[in-house]
Ligand binder design. Sequence first.
Ligand code: ZN
Length: 454
Amino acid sequence: MKSMLIRNGHIVTASDQFKGDILIQDGKIAAIGRDLKVQTLETIDALGKYIFPGGIDAHIHMEVPCSDGSISAGYDTDSIAAAVGGTTTILDYVLQENGRSLEESVSRWSEKSKLSAIDYGFHLIITQANDRTFNELNLLVEQGITSFKLFMANDIAMTDKELFRFMSEFKIQGCTACIHAENKEIIATLQEQYVSQGNISPTYHAKSRPEPTEVEAINRAITLSELTGCITLIAHISTSRGLKLVQEAKDRGIPVLAETCPHYLLLSEDKYELEGHESAKYVLSPPLRNPDNFEGLWSGVLNGAVNIIASDHNGFYYSTHKQLGKEDFRKIPNGAPGIEHRFSLIYHHGMKRGMELSRFVELVSTNPAKIFGLYPQKGTIAPGSDADLILFDPEAEQVITAKNQYQKSDYTPYEQTKIQGKIDTVLLRGERIVYQGKYVGTLGKGNYLKRTIQ
Ligand SMILES: [Zn+2]
């Protein structure tokens, strides 16, 4: 039996923190206690370090196709970047490919994800809201896919009728709807107006998606959740008004959940005033907002309105992918790299704002596990759980730079950000995959996570 003992750590879960030892056997946590007297093959001294459950990034995109046929970074590099950044489980948004069934899309995707360095599961982005898609939903649930993304904006947007139909079915099946909430029609109209006036730079990406276009759509998503009873996660909330609506809906007993991302908490719309095409680095949807939103979003992070912080990672290159759309901001691929720095950024800025360590764990690991059917296998430190553990040195410092990152991108939105605290060691099911901040694992060791209805 393979065994390991981690001694003297400061163990942090979503409900508790204490000093102690963790015994790992065959990839699982076997015991937790003070001064465990056991003989193991390997011992790690974690004195002075926090031990967190492995991060769960519940919103990422691998290999996103761009308009010129190129694709963003994939599992071969960015699952490693996730690991180095303290994330041991990812939930990847599989895109229903044009003309293909959900099942075909998933089985093609599974070929790529086999390479993963960490454990992974799938959500599915429904792009064809037709009968064929509708009728295969139960098949996907059997395969362990229990959450589906529905778009209210962009060219794959669903009508309210389609949203209502699919969300009603999710309620019956016990699935979760993840909603991209922006108003399609108004955004398209503003985009056309700007382009026809010759306003084609990345700045107009943000100008054509003003705050009310998110707030309106969130309100509509809440209405659909109320009418159908479907558990509804509002993805990547960027406005404090939008988050407030979600909190009010929760208070009324509507099954809605809130997700936000580091970039909405840390970056603002001044990034759209950069020289030349540079602002394209920050073209994502919804766009970065007026900094007035920070207080409302952060208070939701600290007090409970926010359920999940995810990266919405897209591994784009500035020098290639982001050059698309130089003549028309609508063609710039939407998204930015973030899988590697989510955990550290939220730790650092959370601590500065007085966040409890347990709340940090809840946001980056425990809540995503609970909401998406992975708990308690993932998302906590308890006997029987997978030994996915992060040994974190709160005294060390790091500076984020594109030069030193594992993410396969030639930039990071957080260039030169100084971070207090550093990931030292990462265990995936008891195997050391990161040591002293460096990746020491093997590609392909990640397992597919078949999720169950909660
Ligand atoms: Zn996304």
